[in-house]
Design a protein around this ligand. Sequence first.
Ligand SMILES: [Zn+2]
Length: 619
Amino acid sequence: MSYVALYRRWRPQSFDDIVGQPHVVRTLKNAIKTGRITHAYLFAGPRGTGKTSTARVLAKALNCEKGPTVEPCGACASCVAIRDGNSIDVVEIDAASNRGIEEIRELRERVMYAPTQGRYKVYIIDEAHMLTIPAFNALLKTLEEPPAHAVFVLATTQPESILPTIVSRCQRFDFNRLSVADLAAHVARVAETQRIDITPDAARLIARRAGGSARDALGLLEQAAAWGDEITTGTVIELLGSSPGETLIEFADAVARGDAGSVFRLIQEQVDAGADLRQFASDLVGHFRDLLVVKEAPNRPELLELREGAFAALSEQAARFSRQQLVEVLNVLSGLESQLRRASNPRVSVEIAAAGLCVSLGGAQSRAEAVEVEKAQTTQAEAVPVRAAAVQSAEASPAAPPRAQVARTRTRSRSGSGPKPAQPAQEAEAEGAEEARGPAQGRPVPSGAPAAEAGRFVGITEDQWERIRSKIRPTDVVLDAVLREVVSVRLTDQMCTVAFHPDWVVLARKASDPGKLATLARAVGDVVGRPVRCCVMLSSGETLAVGSEADSGPAKGLETAGGGVVSDSAPAAEGVSGAPPSPSREKQAASDGADLRSHPKLKAAVDLFDPKEIRTINS
Ligand SMILES: [Zn+2]
């Protein structure tokens, strides 16, 4: 006996065997029961959704010796002939194979003859959209005046490619992609009849990977069965290079707490297991999409096709992300997916995107790793867009939600080590030394960035800026190296704003350190001759930190090298309570310092910048 593929052996033989298309089945059954058989049907839908199988069941129902009946007997000569594919009254035409010209011509000649065995001649035209125009025209003539005994079923994956004049003569049924639940049940049922041992989770995994196609699901089941005894998720993963759900959950957890170390380990494990990183990225997109759905519709588990208990686990994880973060992660991962199609080194691309997410979602814990990533980025031009998108979208968003901060704080206190400030800057310095002096050179600056539009120096000359940096260099080489990367410097009466490209958020955060801000403010004050506060922002518009006025130099009332006299209005610092990271919030601070101390944004800022002290400034 020759080998027959499982999905062929497992053709639906009755309406009840048809999976996941209840609307189609119900309508067809009603038509048969009431004797209202249409002469032309259009079955539209993705491949593997049962269009041709349904057409055959319909043919059986119409021609069964005990029919027409919604429950063809399966035993009469007609039923057996149709099941075995040798019924004279059921003609299958594959329009894809030869565009159907000969077949349609023959069809036109023969359609007038009465059926030999059953009541109807059923013409099943597969891939009907592939018919040529002449074939369509020939078919149209037949459809205009069909003999009473003729039933046409046009099956197609592209109904929009079929002539409207044909479509209008057909009763149309749209076949849905099968749900994971339907497919999983189908796989389990077929496995049982075929005496294939499979765990429910493995059946569900096969269903997920079949993309809504029963044919593909059974194909996968058959492959998995050939591997050995019981089919487990492990078997399926080994077969398909899929990522187990646990890895996805662990990965998302690591991203939530900004734990780039764990993220790299998980990627390494995927590589070691010989997994396809493109598939891994695609699975991650699916997982974060699930998290977003859980977040948006917490009471609608039916929107997700999950195994029992998985919804609770997902809900728990979804609570660790804000909606905005999930959207951001999905944006980055979707970008990664498309990037991976042409990436020469998928692993580096995945690592860069993942570490970028850790930096933007997790913050301090992963800054050291992020610098490593920045280094990798300079040698991996292909990865820049994703990296930029990752950080940019993250940093352009309003303050990171407290939850991520809390998660990171936990991690930090557990590990007992805070961010390691020296390392990133040294790295940056070492790298920057060989690079072009102009930071904007060779690095893309978003065209919409306000700082980029305004020019690199506003209210300050390049010469002054060089003098500022040369003042800093002897005492703080790290800060000098960081400042090499600014894309713009803007000086107003009391404020010097330095902007970094969002790609260099790591350096911008370094410059945001209160001590560094103070050093910068003193140097700027020395050079321009008046007390100036400093502000660090990204060229995408987000303000990272505003220096304290107490740091603005030179000393109050002194005549300076620039000849100016320090403004009287420069206030002294007072009190000890809060220094939130934006001018507008400072005003709030002035109005109620005590209230501010408990402000969540301040807590978040403290967590983010790890300041040595916090002071209230009244301005
Ligand atoms: Zn029958």
